[in-house]
Design a protein around this ligand. Structure first.
Ligand code: SF4
Length: 186
Protein backbone atom coordinates (compact mmCIF):
# COMPACT_ATOMS: atom_id res chain seq x y z
CA UNK A 1 0.00 0.00 0.00
CA UNK A 2 1.43 3.37 -0.99
CA UNK A 3 -0.64 5.60 1.30
CA UNK A 4 -2.98 5.42 4.23
CA UNK A 5 -6.73 5.66 4.00
CA UNK A 6 -6.67 8.50 6.50
CA UNK A 7 -4.96 10.64 3.88
CA UNK A 8 -1.66 10.66 5.75
CA UNK A 9 1.19 8.89 3.98
CA UNK A 10 2.89 6.19 6.03
CA UNK A 11 6.47 5.00 6.04
CA UNK A 12 8.30 4.15 3.86
CA UNK A 13 6.23 6.45 1.59
CA UNK A 14 6.79 10.19 2.00
CA UNK A 15 4.43 11.50 -0.64
CA UNK A 16 2.51 14.53 0.55
CA UNK A 17 -1.22 14.51 -0.03
CA UNK A 18 -2.74 17.33 -2.09
CA UNK A 19 -3.97 19.62 0.69
CA UNK A 20 -6.52 21.36 -1.53
CA UNK A 21 -8.92 18.44 -1.07
CA UNK A 22 -8.91 17.30 2.56
CA UNK A 23 -9.78 13.71 3.27
CA UNK A 24 -13.41 13.69 4.49
CA UNK A 25 -14.09 12.83 8.12
CA UNK A 26 -16.69 10.55 9.62
CA UNK A 27 -17.12 9.04 13.07
CA UNK A 28 -18.65 5.97 11.46
CA UNK A 29 -16.59 2.79 11.50
CA UNK A 30 -15.46 2.10 7.93
CA UNK A 31 -14.72 -1.32 6.47
CA UNK A 32 -11.65 0.02 4.65
CA UNK A 33 -10.12 0.87 8.05
CA UNK A 34 -11.16 -2.21 9.95
CA UNK A 35 -10.26 -4.54 7.08
CA UNK A 36 -7.98 -2.65 4.67
CA UNK A 37 -6.66 -5.87 3.07
CA UNK A 38 -10.07 -6.47 1.56
CA UNK A 39 -9.71 -3.21 -0.41
CA UNK A 40 -6.20 -4.01 -1.65
CA UNK A 41 -7.47 -6.34 -4.34
CA UNK A 42 -4.11 -6.47 -6.13
CA UNK A 43 -2.69 -8.31 -3.09
CA UNK A 44 -5.41 -10.95 -3.12
CA UNK A 45 -4.51 -14.16 -4.86
CA UNK A 46 -7.05 -16.75 -5.81
CA UNK A 47 -6.67 -19.89 -3.76
CA UNK A 48 -7.62 -23.43 -4.55
CA UNK A 49 -10.56 -23.13 -2.18
CA UNK A 50 -11.71 -19.86 -3.64
CA UNK A 51 -10.82 -19.34 -7.25
CA UNK A 52 -12.67 -16.05 -7.32
CA UNK A 53 -11.13 -14.51 -4.18
CA UNK A 54 -10.26 -11.22 -5.87
CA UNK A 55 -13.68 -10.86 -7.47
CA UNK A 56 -15.34 -11.64 -4.13
CA UNK A 57 -13.22 -9.00 -2.37
CA UNK A 58 -13.99 -6.50 -5.13
CA UNK A 59 -17.73 -7.06 -4.77
CA UNK A 60 -17.57 -6.77 -0.97
CA UNK A 61 -15.43 -3.61 -1.11
CA UNK A 62 -17.73 -2.01 -3.69
CA UNK A 63 -20.74 -2.80 -1.53
CA UNK A 64 -19.03 -1.26 1.55
CA UNK A 65 -18.17 1.89 -0.42
CA UNK A 66 -21.72 2.21 -1.74
CA UNK A 67 -23.02 2.63 1.81
CA UNK A 68 -20.14 4.84 2.95
CA UNK A 69 -21.17 8.32 4.21
CA UNK A 70 -18.03 9.95 2.77
CA UNK A 71 -17.93 8.22 -0.61
CA UNK A 72 -18.00 11.46 -2.65
CA UNK A 73 -15.21 13.10 -0.67
CA UNK A 74 -13.21 9.86 -0.73
CA UNK A 75 -13.45 9.69 -4.53
CA UNK A 76 -12.31 13.31 -4.94
CA UNK A 77 -9.40 12.75 -2.59
CA UNK A 78 -8.39 9.50 -4.33
CA UNK A 79 -8.53 11.16 -7.76
CA UNK A 80 -6.53 14.16 -6.55
CA UNK A 81 -3.84 11.91 -5.07
CA UNK A 82 -2.87 9.39 -7.77
CA UNK A 83 0.49 8.64 -6.17
CA UNK A 84 -1.18 7.69 -2.89
CA UNK A 85 -3.91 5.60 -4.49
CA UNK A 86 -2.06 3.60 -7.12
CA UNK A 87 -3.73 0.40 -5.98
CA UNK A 88 -6.81 -0.78 -4.16
CA UNK A 89 -10.47 0.11 -4.15
CA UNK A 90 -11.27 3.71 -3.30
CA UNK A 91 -14.88 4.88 -3.41
CA UNK A 92 -15.86 1.76 -5.35
CA UNK A 93 -13.30 2.44 -8.10
CA UNK A 94 -10.34 0.35 -9.21
CA UNK A 95 -7.00 1.91 -10.20
CA UNK A 96 -8.06 1.66 -13.87
CA UNK A 97 -11.44 3.33 -13.17
CA UNK A 98 -9.63 6.21 -11.45
CA UNK A 99 -7.17 6.65 -14.31
CA UNK A 100 -10.09 6.91 -16.75
CA UNK A 101 -11.93 9.37 -14.50
CA UNK A 102 -8.82 11.57 -14.23
CA UNK A 103 -8.49 11.62 -18.03
CA UNK A 104 -12.11 12.72 -18.34
CA UNK A 105 -11.62 15.43 -15.71
CA UNK A 106 -8.58 16.77 -17.58
CA UNK A 107 -10.63 16.83 -20.80
CA UNK A 108 -13.52 18.69 -19.17
CA UNK A 109 -11.76 20.99 -16.68
CA UNK A 110 -8.18 21.25 -17.87
CA UNK A 111 -4.82 20.11 -16.49
CA UNK A 112 -5.45 21.73 -13.09
CA UNK A 113 -8.82 20.11 -12.68
CA UNK A 114 -8.26 19.86 -8.88
CA UNK A 115 -8.36 23.67 -8.61
CA UNK A 116 -11.52 23.73 -10.74
CA UNK A 117 -13.21 21.12 -8.48
CA UNK A 118 -12.18 23.03 -5.33
CA UNK A 119 -13.63 26.21 -6.86
CA UNK A 120 -16.86 24.43 -7.80
CA UNK A 121 -17.20 23.10 -4.23
CA UNK A 122 -16.64 26.59 -2.77
CA UNK A 123 -19.32 28.09 -5.03
CA UNK A 124 -21.74 25.28 -4.13
CA UNK A 125 -21.20 25.93 -0.39
CA UNK A 126 -21.81 29.66 -0.94
CA UNK A 127 -25.05 28.93 -2.84
CA UNK A 128 -26.20 26.61 -0.02
CA UNK A 129 -25.49 29.36 2.55
CA UNK A 130 -27.54 31.84 0.48
CA UNK A 131 -30.46 29.41 0.20
CA UNK A 132 -30.49 29.02 3.97
CA UNK A 133 -31.17 32.79 4.40
CA UNK A 134 -34.78 32.56 3.17
CA UNK A 135 -37.37 35.28 3.86
CA UNK A 136 -39.92 34.38 6.57
CA UNK A 137 -43.06 32.62 5.37
CA UNK A 138 -46.47 34.40 5.45
CA UNK A 139 -47.48 32.33 8.49
CA UNK A 140 -44.34 33.40 10.41
CA UNK A 141 -44.99 37.06 9.55
CA UNK A 142 -48.61 36.77 10.79
CA UNK A 143 -47.43 35.19 14.06
CA UNK A 144 -44.85 37.94 14.58
CA UNK A 145 -47.56 40.57 14.03
CA UNK A 146 -49.82 38.91 16.60
CA UNK A 147 -46.99 38.85 19.13
CA UNK A 148 -46.39 42.58 18.60
CA UNK A 149 -50.09 43.31 19.10
CA UNK A 150 -50.01 41.44 22.43
CA UNK A 151 -47.26 43.68 23.84
CA UNK A 152 -48.98 46.47 25.89
CA UNK A 153 -48.21 49.96 24.61
CA UNK A 154 -45.99 51.88 27.01
CA UNK A 155 -47.01 55.48 27.89
CA UNK A 156 -44.92 58.20 26.31
CA UNK A 157 -42.48 59.84 28.77
CA UNK A 158 -43.58 63.17 30.26
CA UNK A 159 -42.37 66.15 28.24
CA UNK A 160 -42.23 69.21 30.47
CA UNK A 161 -42.04 71.72 27.60
CA UNK A 162 -44.99 70.60 25.49
CA UNK A 163 -47.50 69.09 27.95
CA UNK A 164 -49.54 70.91 30.64
CA UNK A 165 -48.25 70.22 34.15
CA UNK A 166 -50.51 68.05 36.32
CA UNK A 167 -51.35 68.89 39.99
CA UNK A 168 -49.29 65.87 41.17
CA UNK A 169 -46.29 66.94 39.12
CA UNK A 170 -46.66 70.58 40.41
CA UNK A 171 -46.76 69.35 44.03
CA UNK A 172 -43.70 67.13 43.48
CA UNK A 173 -41.80 70.02 41.88
CA UNK A 174 -42.71 72.30 44.80
CA UNK A 175 -41.51 69.75 47.37
CA UNK A 176 -38.18 69.36 45.56
CA UNK A 177 -37.79 73.16 45.33
CA UNK A 178 -38.56 73.69 49.03
CA UNK A 179 -36.16 70.92 50.02
CA UNK A 180 -33.38 72.42 47.90
CA UNK A 181 -33.92 75.94 49.32
CA UNK A 182 -34.10 74.59 52.90
CA UNK A 183 -30.87 72.67 52.54
CA UNK A 184 -29.15 75.72 51.08
CA UNK A 185 -30.34 77.92 53.93
CA UNK A 186 -29.25 75.45 56.61
S1 SF4 B 1 -15.75 5.16 0.09
FE1 SF4 B 1 -14.89 3.13 0.44
S2 SF4 B 1 -12.68 3.44 0.42
FE2 SF4 B 1 -13.62 5.44 0.67
S3 SF4 B 1 -13.66 5.82 2.88
FE3 SF4 B 1 -15.62 4.90 2.30
S4 SF4 B 1 -15.40 2.69 2.59
FE4 SF4 B 1 -13.34 3.60 2.56
Amino acid sequence: MTGSRTGIPQQPTFIAADGRIPFPHTDQILRCRTNPQMFEIEDIHSTAENSHARQTALTTANRACSGCPIVTGCLKWALANPDLTKTGIWAATTARDRAELRDRLVERLGADWVAAVVDQDRRRRERQREVRVVPPATRELALARLELEDIPTRPEPYNRWTEPITPDRAASNRRALVQAITNEAA
